[in-house]
Design a protein around this ligand. Structure first.
Ligand code: HEM
Length: 268
């Protein structure tokens, strides 16, 4: 990594670091499933790609919030884009692999049958619902990946682009419901049996998503409470009229200065 060629090309450095990190997360996640008794199979890889995708994309989302509260994380903020894109690669893999299992391969597994019903608390939920939510989530992430380049940012405009990317939180919520429906009974059984083994990876991923969504909510609330900086008064006649009206300029100027301190901490 210390290679001068890489140092002079930060984009290459970001890609290499994120790809290595993504690969390590994937290996760790595979090991976790394996440790829990899953056989090394295409079905296990399918689940591992989904979990890895959420870990990486979740970090990408969380970096906005974490960088907002802790300055030392500001240096990691450029990784948001790369974590999001490497995460997208894994979720695309999961989506395509799952579609193959649903419609082309005959796995014999009811998870891949559309007319299967799931029991969540006392509700019966048809498998079409998690299927549609997974597909919608994949579509949203695809659109986000497509507009994650400099050309789109310029074309759409920075502020609107940042707002658009917030739709990703809805995609995360869809994904949460998508796999909770399929796994809820397993989580409850694990809990009722005394929680003697490691929890299901999917339950950890669910908690992780809830934390990310809460972090965003808290950040949104504190952003909306922050007073909006008044426009700096530069117009001479406006200054004169304020002086004659007896209104103080000091707060305006001070607010103007404060607004530059928090520059760039708008959160995505
Ligand atoms: C066309 C789109 C999608 C389809 C058809 C699909 C299908 C499936 C299926 C059949 C499972 C159960 C797998 C198993 O238990 O063996 C599953 C689990 C899962 N999916 Fe999806 N999915 C899609 C999109 C997504 C997206 C976009 C995400 C996340 C952003 C996602 C995240 C997950 C997660 C975390 C699991 C749980 C893995 C586990 O049980 O450990 N899926 N999906």
């Amino acid at each position: 990594m210390k290679d001068s060629k890489i140092e002079s090309k930060p984009i290459l450095k970001y890609w290499l670091n994120t790809l290595s990190f993504g690969g390590l997360v994937f290996l760790f996640v595979c090991y976790y499933y394996f440790f829990q008794g899953d056989n090394f199979s295409l079905e296990m890889i399918n689940k591992a790609t989904a979990s890895t995708a959420i870990i990486l994309m979740g970090l990408s989302f969380a970096l906005s919030g974490l960088g907002y509260y802790w300055d030392f994380l500001d240096r990691k903020v450029p990784y948001r884009k790369y974590l999001g894109l490497v995460g997208y690669f894994f979720v695309l893999w999961h989506g395509l692999n799952s579609l193959y299992f649903y419609f082309l391969a005959n796995t014999g597994l009811e998870k891949f049958v559309l007319h299967k019903d799931w029991l969540v608390l006392n509700f019966t939920i048809n498998n079409r619902i998690p299927f549609v939510l997974g597909a919608l989530s994949l579509i949203i992430f695809t659109l986000m990946a497509l507009i994650s380049n400099n050309y789109s940012t310029k074309k759409i405009g920075g502020v609107r682009w940042r707002k658009l990317l917030r739709v990703g939180y809805i995609a995360l919520l869809f994904a949460l419901v998508h796999f909770t429906v399929k796994n809820f009974e397993i989580w409850i059984n694990w809990f009722n049996e005394g929680a003697n083994t490691l929890p299901q990876m999917s339950s950890l991923i669910a908690v992780y998503i809830v934390i990310i969504l809460l972090l965003r909510l808290v950040m949104q609330i504190s952003l909306s409470r922050k007073p909006k900086p008044e426009k700096l008064i530069t117009n001479k006649s406006e200054i004169a009229s304020r002086i004659t009206r007896g209104s103080s300029m000091t707060p305006t100027l001070r607010q103007g200065r404060q607004s530059t301190k928090g520059r760039g901490k708008t959160g995505r």
